[in-house]
Design a protein around this ligand. Structure first.
Ligand code: FAD
Ligand code: NAD
Length: 467
């Protein structure tokens, strides 16, 4: 039987990064993955394929809607080849997954394909095609991720009533896609199909889309998506989803408790994800789960069993690839005797619609709830030369700073390339910058980043320059 210092169960961004860091720190490491490709949800059916489709559909949308205003004329009709778009997405996915395999080999990590389940706290069975291998591990890191959640009354037939996984491989553009859940997945994939020509209707239970982000971003994103033709039913509670042939009929109660009926040909259910521990046999190791089915961990990501840790989507906190990666690194370093730390307040959140939405730190709603006195600086993207040059005039940057000390407490932005711009805010907050610090840094002109400087000027002394 092979023996390891560390075994990692699950090869998503949490698991594979944990394995690399363990190997870098000199530990003999194994990684167990039930699928034949490495990379988990993120690389196979999450971050990477969704971004590939967002990028391709953006090009298509630009070609049919915006090329002409730039003086680019295409003789004849611009045609969509969905099959080719999907093929490109698949090849991006396989290149990225192969990259993880390369990294495992480079770091001399043993890769086991098969379902990993605890035999006891130091032994893991790996089952594939009816055969079982057992390995011994002094420490184990559970990184088994998450699966799409569903509503109890919805039957996911995975053909027309679908989750994000199927939405990434459709063979036709829906005529009318009804999206249940106005969160990240619903809006990113809703925008993909809207750009490709589908009618898209989003039904959201709460009174705003992307409800965990600052409400200024919810408002602006909804305004922009509406302009792009996406329809919204907020404060609306779905009661039933029925399929009749190729038609999907959805009944819901609107905010006045009046029943509405929506008809479409596809329904994307995007109401969150649930932790995934099926088949793990956590009981055999004595590992406890919490009331939401997540593996229970302490501040050191250690479970109630001292040699077993858990990270990523399967534990509490935001379900984000970079959060899982940070946790993977942290656990590896803890096992190696170091004292790493994660500041969860500084994990940014991004929605890759266009305009992109990005956020770090506290929202205005959170500061109000916590009774923190703050000041606010806002700057609209439309006032930037860079935005006018590219035509990306929607959006804003909003900086929230402590009323007395001027320390930046939260940065919320929507606009072109804010997914990348948010890194400046994370850096500033990591070093506990004040809004004035940001406002005194030189930002290249013309860039979208100038909106960050201007919002900081607005927060510090209410003196933005270009508005
Ligand atoms: C459509 C979509 C788009 C997304 N886009 C983004 C994005 O842009 N940015 C972002 O930060 N996040 C994004 N996410 C979320 C991101 O994918 C997850 O937060 C991330 O994958 C979590 O990583 P993880 O390592 O915890 O788990 P996962 O990536 O879910 O990996 C877990 C792995 O464990 C394997 N596994 C499970 N049980 C066992 C077992 N018993 N034995 C062996 N293997 C097992 C699974 O097969 C899987 O490969 C997206 C998610 C979706 C669905
Ligand atoms: N860009 C990214 O980082 C990215 C992209 C995709 C997914 N993800 C991650 O994947 C996870 C799952 O994404 P998601 O969009 O499914 O979840 P989400 O939590 O982002 O959004 C779910 C939405 O569904 C709504 N909802 C819940 N129950 C409902 C009901 N009965 N009727 C109508 N609406 C309902 C919620 O209010 C919420 O707005 C998220 O945690 C997210 O972090 C991240």
């Amino acid at each position: 039987m092979s023996t390891y210092d560390v075994a990692v169960i699950g090869s998503g961004p949490g698991g594979y990064v944990a394995a690399i860091r363990c190997a870098q720190l000199g530990m003999k490491t194994a990684i167990i993955e039930k699928y034949s490709t490495l990379g988990g949800t993120c690389l196979n059916v999450g971050c990477i394929p969704s971004k590939a489709l967002l990028d391709s559909s953006h090009h298509y949308h630009d070609a049919i809607k915006h090329f002409e205003e730039h003086g680019i004329e295409i003789p004849g009709e611009v045609k969509l080849n969905l099959e080719k778009m999907m093929e490109r997405k698949s090849s991006v996915v396989s290149q990225t997954c192969d990259g993880v395999k390369f990294l495992m080999d480079k770091n001399k990590i043993d890769v086991y394909e098969g379902l990993g389940s605890f035999k006891d706290k130091t032994h893991i069975n790996i089952e594939k095609d009816g055969e079982t291998k057992t390995i011994e591990a002094k420490k184990t890191i559970i990184a088994t991720g998450s699966k799409p959640a569903n509503l109890p009354f919805i039957e996911l037939d995975k053909e027309r009533v679908i989750t994000s996984t199927e939405a990434l491989t459709l063979k036709e553009v829906p005529k009318h896609m009804i999206v249940i859940g106005g969160g990240v997945i619903g809006l990113e994939l809703g925008q993909v199909y809207r750009r490709l020509g589908a009618e898209v209707t989003v039904v959201e239970f709460l009174d705003r889309i992307i409800p965990t982000m600052d409400s200024a971003l919810s408002k602006e994103l909804q305004k922009v998506l509406k302009k792009q033709g996406v329809k919204f039913h907020l404060s609306t509670k779905v009661k039933s989803v029925e399929r009749n042939g190729d038609e999907i009929i959805i009944k819901a109660d609107d905010k006045k408790d009046k029943e509405i009926e929506l008809k479409g040909d596809y329904c994307l259910v995007s109401v969150g994800r649930r932790p995934y521990t099926d088949g793990l046999n956590a009981d055999a190791a004595g590992v406890e789960l919490d009331d939401k089915g997540r593996v229970k961990v302490n501040d050191h990501l250690q479970t109630n069993v001292d040699n077993i840790y858990a990270i990523g989507d399967v534990v509490r906190g935001a379900m984000l690839a970079h959060k899982a990666e940070e946790e993977g690194t942290m656990v590896a370093e803890l096992i190696a005797g170091q004292k790493p730390h994660i500041d969860y307040n500084l994990i940014p959140g991004v929605v890759y619609t266009w305009p992109e939405v990005a956020s770090v730190g506290k929202t205005e709603e959170q500061l109000k709830e916590e009774g923190v006195k703050y000041k606010e600086g806002k700057f609209p993207m439309r006032a930037l030369g860079r935005s006018r040059a590219s035509g990306d005039i929607d959006g804003l940057v909003k900086i929230l700073a402590d009323e007395k000390t001027d320390e930046v407490l939260g940065v919320h932005m929507i606009g072109a390339r804010t997914a990348d711009l948010i890194a400046e805010a994370v850096t500033a907050m990591e070093f506990r910058a004040s809004a004035e610090d940001i406002s005194r840094m030189s930002h290249a002109h013309p860039t979208y980043a100038e909106a960050v400087k201007e919002a900081a000027l607005a927060a510090t002394e209410n003196r933005p320059l270009h508005i």
